[in-house]
Ligand binder design. Structure first.
Ligand code: ZN
Ligand code: ZN
Length: 259
């Protein structure tokens, strides 16, 4: 299986997974780049996976479905370009001979879902398509969900195997890492990773996929239980309640206004 990110708009990635004949794409916010790639590669589009309803993730669905007849799979409870197969926690999707597990991960939107493939029998590392829930060094904004929902959703993703390749839908890494370094300044792994990502972006290369093991070491939103993060949250907002939810809530609000 081959995994690659097709850049779209200013900072989106449309993830493609293919077996040399058939492909699936995740969150095609636009169709032109995908159709060009299909034309060049000569592959057939089999499946379109959608994580949530935002236009920069769904805008290319109608044109792709018309051009290719691909099946569309998306969240159970979000406005979506019909017709599609609707899925949520407990469901699985069979595509390209793989089985993908579906998790509800509310927070960024109310009905956001993620797709996970454990890679068993393929020789490949596990794979996670998490849309705008988990980013490298950050997490999605809370447009429709509560901090408690997002913290639980991120906890579900953090419980996946460390080797899981994390396919986020945006190249937000450098901006996330500026905030991460401000709130977790003594984290050696974070400093090393930030230098690595800086060098990738200077060469116009994607910083993704990340991995769950790496994110647990460097992502402040997966580290709200760490004393260093609690100290930073409390220095920013002395009213931060004790415990991971209070710390997460302060960090998420702080990130929204961080320059
Ligand atoms: Zn979104
Ligand atoms: Zn997005």
């Amino acid at each position: 299986m081959t995994l690659l990110p097709l850049p779209a708009f200013s900072d989106n990635y449309i993830w493609v997974l293919h077996d040399g004949q058939r492909a699936l794409v995740v969150d095609p916010g636009e169709s032109d780049g995908v159709l060009d790639w299909l034309g060049t590669s000569g592959l057939t589009l089999d499946t379109i996976l959608l994580t949530h309803h935002h236009g920069d993730h769904t805008g290319g669905v109608r044109a792709l479905r018309e051009a290719t007849g691909a099946r569309v799979v998306g969240p159970r409870a979000e406005p979506m370009p019909e017709p599609l197969v609707r899925v949520g926690t407990g469901d699985t999707v069979e595509a390209l001979g793989l089985t993908l597990e579906v998790f509800d991960v509310p927070g960024h939107t109310a009905g956001h879902i993620a797709f996970f493939c454990d890679g068993a029998g393929t020789g490949d590392a596990p794979l996670l398509f998490c849309g705008d829930t988990l980013f490298s060094g950050g997490c999605g904004r809370l447009f429709e969900g509560s901090p408690a929902q997002m913290l639980a959703s991120l906890g579900r993703l953090a419980s996946l195997p460390d080797a899981t390749r994390v396919c986020c839908a945006h190249e937000y890494t450098l901006s996330n890492l500026r905030f991460a370094l401000a709130v977790d300044p003594d984290n050696d792994a974070l400093q090393t990773y930030a230098a690595h990502c800086q060098s990738l972006r200077e060469r116009n290369l994607p910083t993704l996929p990340s991995s769950i093991g790496l994110e647990k070491r460097i992502n402040p939103f997966l580290r709200a239980e760490q004393p260093a993060l609690e100290r930073s949250a409390r220095a920013h907002d002395p009213d931060t309640p004790p415990g991971p939810l209070g710390v997460f809530t302060t960090l998420r609000a702080w990130k929204n206004v961080f320059q």
